[in-house]
Design a protein around this ligand. Structure first.
Ligand SMILES: [Zn+2]
Length: 201
């Protein structure tokens, strides 16, 4: 993938070629000097990358309403590149991510604002194979409480059945009294090895 002009909506003829820079993570890469300030690490790299990004950045004049009128709820997993996997372009969709891609009260908050204030109509839910939540249980929460002396307000939302949890998430959206448009809610499992989505009925 070397250019977004190859897919999606027509390019505006500026001739600007946008190249994605891939950050390669190598397990045996030298560990930064432990004595160095934490501020010399990854976030400084972000700031430097952003300066380069801004040089080519052009304000497309978009407003806050997603062009494709869709909100995507997905796991925060680092292997899941939603823009590439779904053919999304900047401005197309709301992307709501958390651990597991579960529909929590806060997810409903975002979906409610997405639909009622910003015009989206469709909801896509994406879980994935190899999810970090598959290995957790609510013991995580109890152990956390024992360690820090305070019970978290939130549930871990761990699950053992991927398909079942996607169904549960779709059901939470469809039955929410706050989300007005529930006729186009679909759920999928993304396979991190093949890159394919599998739809859950
Ligand atoms: Zn995950």
């Amino acid at each position: 993938m070397d250019s977004i002009t190859a897919r999606g909506r027509p390019h505006h003829g500026t001739g600007i070629r946008i190249t994605f820079v891939t950050m390669t993570v190598t397990p045996d890469r030298p560990v930064p000097n432990a004595a160095a300030s934490p501020s010399s690490g990854i976030i400084d790299r972000f700031v430097a990358s952003n300066r380069e990004y801004a040089v080519e950045f052009r304000d497309g004049g978009m407003d806050a309403r997603p062009v494709q009128k869709v909100a995507v709820v997905a796991c925060m997993d680092a292997r899941l590149d939603l823009f590439a996997a779904l053919g999304l372009e900047l401005g197309d969709a709301h992307i709501i991510r958390n651990a597991g891609g579960v529909v929590t009260d806060d997810t409903i908050r975002s979906l409610t604002i997405s639909q009622r204030a910003l015009g989206t109509r469709s909801v896509v839910l994406i879980h994935h194979t190899g999810c970090g939540l598959l290995g957790l249980t609510e013991d995580f929460r109890r152990e956390l409480e024992a360690e820090v002396g305070q019970r978290p307000q939130w549930a871990v939302e761990a699950f053992v059945d991927l398909d079942g949890d996607v169904r549960q998430s779709m059901q939470r959206v469809r039955t929410s009294p706050f989300v007005p448009h529930t006729d186009d809610v679909r759920g999928f499992v993304f396979d991190v090895h093949t890159g394919l989505l599998r739809e859950i009925d």
